[in-house]
Design a protein around this ligand. Structure first.
Ligand code: ADP
Ligand code: MG
Length: 349
């Protein structure tokens, strides 16, 4: 998660399930998993906005794990010293158990810092896409997109919205080819219809147009837009919309997807920061994607990148689209992805 303001990660204590509290009560945490249970192998394998990630070994089982240490912000200190972003991640990981969603193996407090123990993953889709020695064909794109959509569907079925689906937050195992949706620092539950949410979420390039227009009342369709961007990027090997700031992003989106009006997107003009843009026609999606993308690929990405969130398919609907269900070529098996032979795979779980 990269673009969160500390204010936007505020979380009410009431939102935490009793299970979360139990897992975090110092007594139970200490007795179950003291820090000494883990031997550090590599420091700072990843550092994001909210914590450092280390590679470690569970000395009892020999299992290789990743441990995310949650930084405690000044705001957290005022709230009792607990990292609310970490609590948010733990809450989601406990609620959603799915092979394509990053799981929480253990959680413990050490020196007042919450440590989140996860399965160790070799890489993420950002690094995979940047590695030009890897050739990614449509069977691979389908396999990765299907795994991502299964993870998103699992999250959505529990009323969560991820709000930061980006290539860097999709972790992959080299040995199995499994892809898992991770980084839930920005995820939250959809609650009361009347409760506003921050539009300042999701890394800019993957941010849905309603968020770019400042929407405070939005839904899981924001994740479907990000998924559409990600699927396009799997074919293109670079992001489809590369803007700087909200206005530039909207310009880039409308140049490709057409400038919206009330006919294609009802109530768009009522959005908080709505401004009219110069008129651009919608460009045929086939001209935006390389020839490796099939007609069914065009069709599903076109639907996911609908300007009007109401017309985007849900994750479950996308999974039964002909693109996955019947169209040739079929998705490959995860272990047939082009990176499964890579070194380091042997260490992965
Ligand atoms: P942030 O909110 O700081 O972006 P992330 O959960 O995305 O936090 O973690 C930051 C980085 O740490 C990731 O981009 C990735 O490189 C690495 N990382 C996170 N989780 C794992 C994991 N389970 N296995 C291996 N590396 C990980
Ligand atoms: Mg991240």
């Amino acid at each position: 998660m990269n673009h969160a303001s500390p204010v936007s990660v505020k979380m009410s204590i009431k939102q935490l399930s009793p299970v979360s509290f139990k897992a975090l009560s110092p007594a139970s945490v200490k007795s179950v998993s003291p820090a000494s249970k883990y031997e550090r192998l590599e420091s700072n394998i990843g550092e994001g906005t909210y914590g450092k990630v280390h590679k470690a070994r569970d000395t009892k089982t020999g299992r290789i794990v990743a441990i995310k240490k949650a930084k405690v912000s000044a705001q957290d200190r005022n709230m009792g010293g607990i990292s609310f972003t970490a609590l948010r991640e733990i809450k989601l990981m406990q609620a959603v158990r799915h092979p394509n969603v990053m799981g929480c193996l253990d959680v413990f407090a050490d020196g007042g810092v919450i440590h989140l123990v996860m399965e160790f993953m070799d890489s993420d889709l950002k690094q995979i896409l940047e590695d030009k020695s890897l050739s990614i064909d449509e069977t691979h794109v389908k396999c990765l997109a299907q795994q991502l959509l299964r993870g998103v569907a699992a999250l959505h079925s529990k009323w969560f919205v991820h709000r930061d689906i980006t290539p860097g937050n999709i972790l992959v195992s080299f040995r199995s080819g499994t892809a898992k949706l991770g980084d839930f620092g920005f995820a939250r539950t959809l609650g009361h219809k009347g409760r506003p949410l921050t539009p300042m979420c999701t890394t800019m390039w993957y941010r849905a147009p309603e968020l770019l227009y400042g929407a405070k009342f939005y839904g899981q369709a924001v994740d479907m837009w990000s998924t559409g961007c990600l699927m396009a990027e799997l074919y293109l090997r670079q992001a489809l919309f590369q803007g700087r700031g909200e206005f530039d992003m909207l310009t880039k989106v409308f140049e490709k997807r057409g400038t919206p009006n009330e006919e294609v997107w009802r109530d768009v003009s009522a959005l908080p920061t709505f401004v009219e843009f110069s008129q651009h026609p919608k460009v045929p999606i086939a001209t935006l994607l390389p020839s490796t993308c099939s007609d069914f690929g065009h069709a599903i990405i076109d639907r996911l990148l609908s300007l009007d969130p109401k017309t985007r398919p849900t994750a479950c609907e996308a999974l039964v689209h002909d693109y996955f269900a019947s169209a040739w070529p079929e998705p490959c098996e995860p272990h047939d992805l082009p990176f499964t032979w890579r070194e380091g795979g042997a260490a992965a779980l």
